[in-house]
Ligand binder design. Structure first.
Ligand SMILES: [Ca+2]
Ligand SMILES: [Ca+2]
Ligand SMILES: [Ca+2]
Ligand SMILES: [Ca+2]
Length: 397
């Protein structure tokens, strides 16, 4: 029996060792034999498990593509995308570098696709893509959907930053597949020019949005997130700041939205539903902070409603838009502006004397930065005088 177990474990180890890294030392998306491995050549070799392009290592099973420098895409490969479709299990380790459409290319907003307008990544339905430590920026898909990433497979974002992507709908990400986790990530300045979902348009499943910041995204409806159909399960320790739309400055929900816990909505604006607009189902919000959203925090119509549990706002409940949402009142000057307060994403700090301090009931274990409360967790995504006590998974070190 021992012998059998040993054999089994050797097989597992051998399989692990077979996975190879494909290092990208090219700085464009060209697929030419020039001695440099481009991101596009790396994706093809990873999909093919072969040396289809001689400048890159062969793929072999689940592959990791390691980006060694900034990559600037100059032209569409296919399907309005500047790289080949992800069609296998791939991790892209970005090492903090940028993967972007060349900023000299035009993005002419005329509801039609013109030369030089394309998104950054596309995933096929059988694929799994994990993005780590990378910025995806300046995508432009005019007259269509998804300026940054079009996901029909399984997608995970870790410390990934989507900046200044534009599309008619879904400025940064369109999801018709499954998003497992968006963690320690940011969405900044993405735009849906005429329709829905400034940062994200979801029509299927997003399980978790954790410790992430949505800043200055805009759309006609759902400045940061438009949940059109399917399910967004939970949003935890995240910040929505200065997003803008006609309806739902930060979030427009017309499907199933599970829970928003210990998050901060600051300075989002719309004609109605400055932070949140709902039109179908109920949304549960707990230990969450609303500051200076305009003209209100929330607006629900038709069969929609909110279930508010221990949230705080500077607006009286009657002006906050959703009658049950607000449990206590906040002085807006007790909240700082959106800056780097440590951690991997920007946050709004609580200032001395803020009414949000020590008010959470069953709050999250850490704040957005991964810091723990000394005693009781505060309301919102930031912990006043938070300390480094726990690892991010909640276990003591
Ligand atoms: Ca090459
Ligand atoms: Ca592969
Ligand atoms: Ca155009
Ligand atoms: Ca506290």
């Amino acid at each position: 029996m021992k012998y059998l177990v040993l054999c089994f474990s050797l097989v597992i180890q051998t399989t692990d060792l077979m996975a190879v890294n494909i290092e990208v030392d090219g700085n464009d998306g060209n697929m030419v034999d020039d001695g440099l491995c481009s991101i596009s050549e790396a994706i093809i070799n990873a999909n093919d498990d072969a040396v289809t392009y001689i400048d890159c290592s062969a793929g072999d099973g689940d592959d990791t593509i390691v980006v060694m420098n900034d990559v600037i895409l100059d032209s569409e490969i296919s399907n309005l995308t500047g790289t080949p479709a992800i069609d296998s299990i791939i991790t892209i380790e970005g090492n903090g570098y940028v993967l972007q459409r060349n900023i000299v290319l035009p993005c002419t907003i005329n509801e039609a696709s013109d030369a030089g307008e394309f998104r950054i990544l596309y995933t096929n339905s059988n694929s799994k893509l994990i993005l780590k430590n990378i910025s995806i920026s300046n995508g432009c898909v005019d007259g269509s959907t998804a300026g940054g990433i079009y996901n029909t497979g399984e997608l995970t974002l870790e410390n990934t930053h989507l900046l200044n992507n534009i599309a008619t709908s879904a400025g940064a990400i369109f999801n018709s597949g499954t998003i497992i986790t968006i963690e320690d990530s940011s969405f900044t300045g993405n735009t849906a020019t005429t329709i829905i979902g400034g940062a994200i348009l979801n029509i299927n499943v997003i399980y978790s949005i954790l410790s992430s910041t949505f800043e200055n995204n805009s759309a006609f409806q759902g400045g940061a997130i438009y949940n059109n159909s399917g399910d967004i399960v939970r949003v935890l320790n995240s910040t929505f700041s200065a997003n803008n739309a006609v309806l739902g400055g930060a979030i427009y929900d017309r499907a199933v939205f599970g829970a928003i816990l210990n998050s901060t909505f600051y300075g989002n604006s719309a004609d109605a539903g400055g932070a949140i607009y709902g039109s179908v189902n109920s949304m549960y919000l707990k230990n969450t902070l609303f500051v200076s959203n305009s003209p209100d925090d929330c607006d629900v119509t038709n069969t929609s409603s909110t279930i508010g549990d221990n949230n705080i706002s500077n607006l009286e409940p009657i002006y906050s838009g959703c009658s049950d949402l607000i449990s206590s009142l906040l002085n807006p000057t007790s909240i700082g502006t959106l800056i780097d307060n440590g951690g991997l994403t920007k946050t709004h700090a609580l200032l001395t004397g803020s009414q949000a301090i020590d008010k959470a009931i069953d709050g999250t274990l850490t704040d957005q930065r991964g810091l723990s409360p000394t005693t009781i967790r505060d309301l919102g995504a930031f912990e006043f005088n938070g300390i480094q006590l726990l690892f991010r998974d909640g276990f003591e070190n």
